[in-house]
Design a protein around this ligand. Sequence first.
Ligand SMILES: *[C@@H]1O[C@H](CO)[C@@H](O)[C@H](O)[C@H]1NC(C)=O
Ligand SMILES: *[C@@H]1O[C@H](CO)[C@@H](O)[C@H](O)[C@H]1NC(C)=O
Ligand SMILES: *[C@@H]1O[C@H](CO)[C@@H](O)[C@H](O)[C@H]1NC(C)=O
Ligand SMILES: *[C@@H]1O[C@H](CO)[C@@H](O)[C@H](O)[C@H]1NC(C)=O
Length: 311
Amino acid sequence: MAQVVAAYGVVSALLALQAGASASSFFSLPRTFPNISACASEASAYSCENTTAVANTCCSPTPGGLVLQTQFWDTYTGLERKGQLLPKDSWTIHGLWPDNCDGSFEQYCDLSRQFDPAPSPAILPDGTAVPAYKGPGVDTFVAEFGRLDLLDYMNKYWVSQGQANNGFWGHEFSKHATCTSTFDVACYGPDYKKNQDVVDFFDAVVRAFKMYPTWEMLAASGIQPSNKTTYSLTQLQSALKAQTGSVPFLGCGHNGTVLQEVWYFHHVLGTEQFGHFKSVDSTTTSTCSKTAGIHYYERTPTSEREVRLLP
Ligand SMILES: *[C@@H]1O[C@H](CO)[C@@H](O)[C@H](O)[C@H]1NC(C)=O
Ligand SMILES: *[C@@H]1O[C@H](CO)[C@@H](O)[C@H](O)[C@H]1NC(C)=O
Ligand SMILES: *[C@@H]1O[C@H](CO)[C@@H](O)[C@H](O)[C@H]1NC(C)=O
Ligand SMILES: *[C@@H]1O[C@H](CO)[C@@H](O)[C@H](O)[C@H]1NC(C)=O
C-alpha cells in the first residue's frame, strides 16, 4: 500500500506525459527562465527598501515586494483514502505570496492565467468575477516540461486539505504568482513557452520552502508535536527567530490555541525565481493566544507517510 501511494504522483505524471507531451519536450529539457538580460543594468536594491530604484518590474517583485513563504501544520488531509497523505516530520507548503510593502495584497492579477478550479474569492473587491478553471490540472504542465522531479517533490510536500493537490497548486499560482511581477509573461520575451512561468513559480516555491524546515527548527528547541503538552507563543516565536533571524507570523485556530500556520517574511534582491531572500519580521500580528497554552498536535498516524529516502 505504501509503495502504491508513493508511486501515485509519478504514475499520474507519466500518464499526463503520454496524453499530452511530445517525446522531444521530454528529452530536450527546455530552459524555464525568463530572458532578463536587461536586469543586469538595473540598480540593485532589496524589494520594499528602495522602490524608486525599480525601473523594470521583471527584475524585482514590484509592487508585491514583501514576499511570504507560507506553510501549514495540518493533522489530516481528508483525502487519505485517495493516498493524499502528509509528509512525516515536516510541515507542508502553502505558497509564496507577493504582499505589498505595507502588508496589503493583490490577487488574481491576470485572468488569462486562471488555473484555479475553485477561485477564492470568486468575485474580486472591484466586482470582477474569477471564472472557475475547467482544463487539465497544472500537474500536467509540470510533466510536459519533463519535471517529474519537481512534481514528485510537490506531491510529497505541497499537500492540500480537502482538495486534490493540483487544484491547490493552480489556486496558488493564479491567486498569487500572477501578481508577482517577475513571473509576468512579458518578462519572458518572444521565447516564452506556454506555462513555463507556472513551472518556474513552483520551482521558486520549493526553493523558498526548503529554506525553512519548520519541523526541525522547532524540534531543535525541544518543541515537537504533542497531544500531552502545550507551548507558549513566545516559546514558538523565539525558537524560530533563533534559527531564521526574524519573527514569522504564527497562525492559530480554535480561539488562538491550536497551531496551524507559519508565514516567513522577506525582502528579495533580484527576481523571485533566483534572487536572494532576506528574512524580515512579520508585519501581521499572530492569531495565537499570548496567554493560553498552544497545542501543536500530533497527527493521526494514518494521515502521514514517510517521504524521505532512508538508507
Ligand atoms: C534577451 O533579450 C535581449 C533583448 O530583447 C536580446 O537582445 C537577447 O538576444 C535575448 N537573449 C536571449 C538568450 O534570448
Ligand atoms: C534609491 O535608488 C535610487 C535610484 O537607483 C538612488 O538614486 C538612491 O540613492 C537610492 N536611495 C537609497 C537610500 O539607497
Ligand atoms: C478566547 O480567548 C480569549 C483570550 O484568551 C478568552 O478571553 C475567551 O474567553 C476565549 N473564548 C472562548 C469561546 O473560549
Ligand atoms: C492528536 O490530537 C489530534 C487533535 O485532536 C488528533 O487529530 C490526532 O489524531 C492525535 N494524534 C495522536 C497520535 O493521538
